[in-house]
Design a protein around this ligand. Sequence first.
Ligand code: ADP
Ligand code: MG
Length: 362
Amino acid sequence: MAKESASVRIEHLKKVYPGIDGKPVEAVKEVDLHIEPGQFITLLGPSGCGKTTILRMVAGFEIPTAGDIYIGDTRVNSLTPDKRDTAMVFQSYALFPHLNLFDNVAYGLKIKKLPKAEIKQKVDSIMAMVGLEGFGNRAPNQLSGGQQQRVALARALVMEPSVLLFDEPLSNLDAKLRVYMRNEIHKIQRKVGITSIYVTHDQSEAMSLSDRVIIMNSGHVEQIGTPLEVYTTPASEFVADFIGIANILPCKVTENTGRNVTIDVLGVPCTKKAEGSRLQPGGEVKIVARPESLSLGRTGDIPCKVVSSIFMGESQDYVVNACGKDLKVKVYNPLIHETYHEGEDIFLSLQKDSLHMIPKKD
Ligand code: ADP
Ligand code: MG
């Protein structure tokens, strides 16, 4: 693609909707984001947390209540959507049912009054890129959901925008196709190198597509990080719980040397690096233990009882009770491990390096 992709900078962005019953809805509270040119970032969070509102403010479909949006060096707050050089891919595809695929993809270029030959060349090349070569004469209703979503993607890409916006584009597809299409989107975005903001409530989509994930919770950003960072070092209980499965254990601090803190995790002392931490012995912290960082055996750190044991194919999923708490444990590749059954008394062991202490908010 000929065009350079652009950075996107969002500063102190807020959106308050009037609301139907006269009670204002604070949809976006105070959001700051800086996206480098060519980066793929995801806004991830539960329904209603303000993801779509942010995307629509970047596109120009909603006016911010406060704050600034820059695309490249241009402050775009006062620009209409058509002047912003963004293109959006919607969940609903939003194809024109009366136009064939070629005309659907060519629509924006025709409005721009590009010469016919140039339109044909651009449309043909984009259709080939999204795997729809030769489909130009078909009507949208002659296509599967996945194919329609490709057309929607082609229609956005053909405009050569500097920023591509996606609002839950795969939500209407079945599970297998969703995985296939997200890999396609990933490949195409890498090839084209276009700055992309992708909205989803699906954590595996966010993890597999993104350079950075922005986790949102009721209008504010909880954490920004690479998929690895948000999974292994969640900044809050909300993030730990939203990304993957987490056992969250309230634990007592037993020692603080100024460099390291020792915590009692289910009776087992665990030492974590915590330079300059003000945690006092006796104070409480929350520890995140992922199900795959716990292991089970006939011997081990902590006695426990098996509450449930379910064969999932790639894993055996347990709930065990240790020190009065129910904990989720996942054992991958179960056929090469001993399986424990409901009611058995066994032992739980901790992989201490994988435990994460949730930072205390001051
Ligand atoms: P998400 O995309 O994360 O599901 P939205 O950005 O669509 O969330 O919505 C954020 C909040 O703003 C929700 O509480 C929603 O009900 C509210 N909201 C969205 N659009 C409007 C609107 N046009 N008028 C009033 N409230 C709105
Ligand atoms: Mg939404």
